[in-house]
Design a protein around this ligand. Structure first.
Ligand code: 5GP
Length: 114
């Protein structure tokens, strides 16, 4: 899985600014932030994209959203609001093929997204 950049972050082979971790998920600041707060929440287990999700992942995906909400709250953005995004595939804007939830906060979000 050497092509999976995020597995290298999980293995501490690449440094990252980790804001939360437990046995199932890891959250770290995006290297190219698109908002004052931009955190990626990833599962430790490798899932390539949303297309590869199985029923066994349902609980994990729920936990990723809850972790995003906890980080938004702890960073002071819960009341103002924020956005969580998961890109899928090339046309969806996915560039790293290990599923990840983007948490973006600290500025107004536009709709529709680009
Ligand atoms: P995607 O485009 O796949 O939805 O999101 C991938 C995200 O990973 C991008 O926002 C990109 O800035 C971020 N990213 C890529 N390489 C690294 C890295 O080495 N470290 C961190 N912290 N983020 C990365």
């Amino acid at each position: 899985m050497s092509e999976d950049l995020f597995l290298k972050i999980i293995a501490r082979e690449i440094p990252a600014d980790i804001v939360f971790e437990n046995e199932r998920v890891l959250a770290f600041r995006d290297i190219n932030p698109q908002a004052p707060l931009h955190v990626l929440i990833i599962p430790r287990t490798h899932v390539r994209s949303i297309n590869d999700l199985q029923p066994e992942h349902d609980e994990l995906i729920g936990e990723m959203f809850r972790v995003a909400a906890d980080i938004a709250r702890s960073e002071g953005h819960a009341d103002d609001g924020y956005r969580v995004v998961m890109n899928c595939g090339e046309r969806g804007g996915q560039s790293v093929f290990h599923i990840h939830l983007h948490l973006l906060a600290g500025r107004d979000m536009r709709w529709p997204p680009g």
